[in-house]
Design a binder for this molecule. Structure first.
Ligand code: ARG
Length: 460
């Protein structure tokens, strides 16, 4: 007989209902949190004289044994047990007998699942932060080597102004830093203990919620039990944080895909992290960044799913909420593997500085510098300078040159006030280095940004 029949009803439950109702096949992921939560709970019950010392010791010993059984793969997860909470309680009863039945005093599966799931999410926040720090270290290493590597900076995927490759990588470092900070602030905000809220209304027992919270490493105890057992904001937060992170990973992946095409040839993924075609022997495919880009979709889906599950629920717990876990587990797994593989793919990625430099020679990247020159040295209003520069660009195109390759004589045909110092301004490296404003691409400004990120990584 299914365990769901052990309360109000005695009719054995249909096998099909067991399958439909059960969450054990996925919430077994929470076994460690469930056991740690139960240990803290029985310690509190004993401290408050709600259960005796002997029962507490037996329960804790049994729970530790169960943890070992699960860790070593010897544990039998049965669909009839419904979920990880009942599964562990039933196994504990098999192991120690009737003392096991005292464990569920002054709590409910509603606060139990809220606790387990929250502890899991907090643990994953920490693990994801650590993985992201490793990714940041690799980006910093790449940046340090390429503060003078010119490439075309783009807008609308069109050549715009020359930048250096470190500067481009540091843009991604900035995004991932914000991601880390988002996980950190979620970690801080959600360190609130649900245990002891019981079903929805608190408990008549003389419990000590602060003590339980402290044992489990929470910073605070929740204020309102009705909210606590209904609240899945912490789960939504990790889903949103992962979605934003994956959006950043996806944008970088998209660039790597474009850059590794033969049209660009800016980077080459190592053989270890690329794949080949089953039919075209010459091909090296960027499956890694493509999968990273692709996985972003399911992660967004998980966020929208949970928002939708929660939107119409009356307080407090409703079984709909069992649908909260699989999406979170899936997003967490996707994020973890994605950060890991991106870190390794970047570590081994070859950067073709020569091709980047070659690409800067087309697209008149220093056109803005010419307009600025006309404004600053020849008395033009910027809009007029912009127009004249447009004409010069058209001329350069007609003689198949980049404006950085025009001679002084060619330029003076358009404006006789132009002097020889213009040539330095049109030089692409000088153009990049002219952008010294705070946060700009000039090598000196890029180096300051590198310092900033290095310090942040050191100081944490
Ligand atoms: N398996 C359930 C879940 O994941 C645990 C909570 C069940 N509580 C209840 N009153 N049925 O949501």
């Amino acid at each position: 007989m299914s365990k769901v029949a052990s309360g109000k009803t005695t009719t054995p439950k249909a096998k099909l209902l067991d399958e439909f109702n059960a969450s054990i096949m996925f919430d077994k992921e929470l076994y460690e949190e469930d056991i740690d939560g139960s240990i803290a709970h029985v310690k509190m019950l004993q401290k408050q004289d709600i259960i005796d010392l002997d029962s507490k010791d037996k329960i804790i010993e049994g729970l530790n044994k169960i943890k070992d059984e699960i860790k070593s793969g010897k544990y039998d997860f049965r669909i009839e047990d419904e979920d990880i909470h009942m599964s562990i309680e039933n196994r504990l009863t098999e192991l120690i007998g009737s003392d096991a039945k005292k464990m569920h005093t002054a709590r409910s599966r509603n606060d139990q699942v809220a606790l387990d799931f929250r502890m899991y999410v907090l643990r994953k926040d920490r693990e994801i932060i650590n993985l992201l720090i490793e990714l940041e270290k690799v980006l910093l290493e790449i940046s340090k080597k390429h503060t003078k590597t010119l490439l075309p900076g783009m807008t609308h995927l069109q050549h715009a102004q020359p930048i250096n490759f470190a500067y481009h990588m540091l843009a991604y470092m900035s995004m991932f830093k914000r991601d880390i900070e988002r996980f950190q602030s979620s970690l801080e905000r959600n360190s609130v203990s649900p245990i002891g809220c019981a079903a929805l209304a608190g408990t008549p027992y003389n419990t000590d919620r602060e003590y339980e919270a402290e044992l489990l490493g929470f910073k605070k105890v929740s204020v309102n039990c009705l909210d606590t057992v209904s609240d899945r904001d912490f789960a939504l937060e990790i889903l949103f944080n992962i979605s934003t992170l994956m959006m950043h990973i996806s944008r970088l992946s998209e660039e790597i895909i474009i850059w590794s095409s033969s049209e660009f040839g800016f980077v080459e993924l190592s053989d270890e992290y690329s794949t080949s075609s089953s039919i075209m022997p010459q091909k090296k495919n960027p499956d890694v960044p493509e999968l990273l880009r692709g996985k972003t979709g399911r992660v967004y889906g998980n966020l929208i799913s949970l928002l939708t599950v929660l939107k119409g629920l009356p307080l407090a717990y409703n079984k709909d909420m069992q649908e909260d876990k699989e999406g979170v587990f899936d997003s967490v797994k996707s994020a973890e593997i994605s950060i890991r593989i991106l870190t390794e793919a970047l570590r081994g990625m070859k950067i073709n500085s020569e091709n980047m430099l070659k690409a800067t020679k087309t697209g008149h990247l220093s056109a803005t510098d010419l307009a600025d020159y006309l404004t600053q040295n020849c008395g033009y209003a910027f809009r007029d300078a912009y127009k004249l520069t447009g004409k010069i660009v058209a001329y350069a195109d007609s003689v198949q040159k980049d404006i950085s390759e025009l001679t002084l004589d060619e330029l003076r045909v358009f404006e006789s006030k132009i002097e020889s110092d213009v040539l330095e301004k049109l030089n692409l490296e000088n153009s990049m280095n002219a952008r010294k404003s705070k946060g700009g691409t000039a090598t000196c400004s890029t180096l300051k940004q590198i310092d900033y990120f290095e310090k942040w990584l050191k100081e944490g």
